[in-house]
Write a protein of this length. Structure first.
Length: 312
């Protein structure tokens, strides 16, 4: 019931001036709900690195109640994502599962480390059952979640993971280091298969695990309770304020800059136009302000998040 038509090949170029299709995913199910479930699981299996893709948006779309109900038209994006889309805003039906999976994978890494030969007597790797999974909230602050990982079976890859009031029995034979992580999970209602993506050190923190499932992504550090307490003593570093910058939301060609330095603009006023994927994308001001510095000129090729102009 799942078909993938590839749009790329090894050594091929994906240009920004034409259709940047990577692949087409087609599914067939016994009804709409079944087809949506098949497509969500298939999207979990796509491993795309080096470029950004629209998979998080597709995952959010498939989970949206309006789409699930079939109440869908060409104005859907403008109605529900009029201010743009952020992958970190994709809701997950069971966010504790992402935390549990991070703890489970970390426990497997610790089990492997404990089996390394030649460790100093009395200083070998000790594997505990109590951990704290530390994730980043939207405001950049740490969120600490206590997790217990018990009854670990190294040969079968089975373990019980408890996050708050939720208990998971996770079984997986996917090798450590494999981005695509497959297995089964039982929350007390029967074992069901899952496909997720788990990477170690993929983000800015080499100690963190990046876990992706159903379009939702978390960056998590799995620490001992003492390590988590010590991390809490570290000074808070606020994320940079980017509200004064107009940045390119996609790679493309800057075909027009509609303002000049020193010009006063109002919310909703056109600032620039980017051509990408055979379409012109108009960028508007989200608030009143005065244009300070224009950093990119007409005809310039832009990368994602490249600064176009700055407000005073």
């Amino acid at each position: 019931g799942v078909r993938v038509d590839t749009g790329v090949y090894e050594g091929g170029e994906i240009p920004m001036y034409y259709d940047s299709m990577i692949a087409k995913l087609i599914v067939h199910g016994r009804d709409r709900q079944h087809a949506i479930a098949l497509m969500r699981e298939a999207l979990n299996g796509f491993v795309i690195r080096g470029i950004h893709s629209n998979i998080p948006f597709q995952a959010a779309l498939l989970a949206h109640p309006k789409f699930v109900a079939g109440d869908f038209n060409t104005g859907f994006i403008a109605e529900h994502y009029g201010h743009g889309f952020r992958a970190e805003d994709v809701p997950h039906g069971d966010p504790d599962f992402l935390v549990a999976l991070a703890a489970y994978v970390h426990r497997r890494y610790r089990a492997r480390a404990s089996g390394i030969s030649g460790q100093l007597e009395g200083h070998g790797v000790k594997v505990r059952e109590q951990f704290v999974v530390v994730t980043l909230a939207a405001d950049g602050r740490h969120v600490h979640t206590p997790v217990s990982v018990t009854d670990f079976q190294g040969k079968t890859g089975s373990s019980a993971v408890t996050v708050g009031a939720n208990s998971y029995q996770i079984d997986s034979k996917s090798p450590l280091g494999s981005i695509r992580f497959e297995g089964r999970v039982d929350k007390g209602q029967g074992s069901v298969p899952f496909t997720a993506q788990v990477e170690r050190g993929a983000g800015k923190n080499p100690l963190a695990l990046r876990v992706q499932h159903n379009g939702t992504q978390i960056e998590a550090m799995v620490l001992s309770p003492l390590g988590a307490r010590l991390l809490g003593l570290m000074p808070y570093k606020a994320p940079p304020d980017l509200s004064k910058f107009l940045m390119s939301p996609m790679p493309g060609l800057l075909v027009d800059v509609a303002v000049t330095e020193g010009q006063q603009v109002q919310a909703g006023e056109k600032l620039a136009v980017i051509e990408a994927m055979k379409m012109e994308n108009v960028l508007f001001a989200t608030q009143d302000g005065v244009v300070g510095k224009i950093s990119a000129g007409k005809g310039e090729s832009l990368a994602v998040d490249q600064v176009i102009l700055e407000f005073v």
